[in-house]
Design a protein around this ligand. Sequence first.
Ligand SMILES: Nc1nc2c(ncn2[C@@H]2O[C@H](COP(=O)(O)OP(=O)(O)OP(=O)(O)O)[C@@H](O)[C@H]2O)c(=O)[nH]1
Length: 416
Amino acid sequence: MKKILLIEDNPQLLKNKIEELRHNFTYSIDTVENFEQLQEYIKLNKENVFIALLDYFLDGAMEGQSVDLLLEHNIPTIVYTQEYSTDIREILLDKCVFEYLIKKPNSDLLYSTRLIERVYKNNFIKALIVDGSESFRNQLAENLQQFGLASLHSSDANTTLELLKNHSDIQLVLIDLDISGDIQGVELVEAIRAQFPSTSLAVLGMTPHGYNSQLSIEFLKKGANDFITKPFVKEQLNLRIMQVLEMLDTIQEKSIEATIDPLTQLKNRRALEVESKVLIQSALLTNKPLSVAMIDIDHFKVVNDTYGHDVGDDVLKLISKVLKSNFRKKDLIVRNGGEEFCVVLDDLSLEKVINLFEKLIKKIASTPYEKDDVVINITASIGLFHGINNNIKPMLSLADKKLYVAKKTGRNKLVS
Ligand SMILES: Nc1nc2c(ncn2[C@@H]2O[C@H](COP(=O)(O)OP(=O)(O)OP(=O)(O)O)[C@@H](O)[C@H]2O)c(=O)[nH]1
């Protein structure tokens, strides 16, 4: 697990605040209180640390030696002091520290936690620097590294598009106006956007100082998320990067949300339409059948009418859990709507599939809903289609017809 290293003689206050403010708990916080402890800690644990929060005036290192030690080990570092000092700020920016903040109660804490989240997430993605100058690329790469962001480099359009095609973890491209080759930065943005929409990739244009400001605007018109003028102050660069990557995260989170049923956390009908296409393509290629099952809870209206809608919701959640536990991770399990679910399985013989769904019917019937004094026995009916078609709709419709037969002929059964 990745860790925050908090280096300060009174770590509890900041530690509590960060615990309180952070959104997810996938990282933990270690603390050291003086320079000696820091040296020892770095020796043993540096690989686990993704960010250090450092009190500049640390016991045993009042001249900022701890900053050097952390940067020597490429650990992204935010430095705090009690009072703001322009001198310290200059020293730190020179050393490539990516942020310097004041340690007043609550001051900048929200911003700190935003930075921490960003640096953490930066560990899992990459940036691509597109610039004609190797020395500029190297310097920018160093800045990005201090922000937890590893980078790939390119000086021309073809290499850039090739790298993007082969590295799906690139989520940010920084493109200079002047690049090598015939295609210039602005046109490259257009070419990138033709293949990589703003839902999957952030683009930041870089304009050399003194250029016509219209050219920066062209970056935006061609699909860049933002632009920045060189030479830039590191804080400005980091803030722009944070902004565009946070926006990308939000878009991606929303698009995942749009495919998830909020009640059961199963995938929804929209996901079924998209993901079944991949399963169909691969089934057609390998000439292997798909199994499409429509699963419908029996007499669910009675549950709602007798025990209320909330209990009905709990029953839907219970059935969703049973479904999840009954299939492989790669299987597509969907809440179609209401009390109807759909499961799509690939690469299984009819005999095996029938066996699986017979078992599922028994499992549902032997898993009653139980809360307080209420016990509700649940059963479900299943219609199964086994075969292949180049569209999910006819397969669903055939499974639905079998489901209708199951309902008409007694429920709590599978019809294939
Ligand atoms: N609690 C709850 N109920 C829902 C939800 N969506 C649909 N329903 C209810 O599900 C019930 C479905 O009823 P019917 O279509 O008559 O089906 P049934 O009672 O299960 O009968 P059969 O399918 O013929 O066995 C209706 O009462 C809907 O209001 C939901 O999200 N939560």
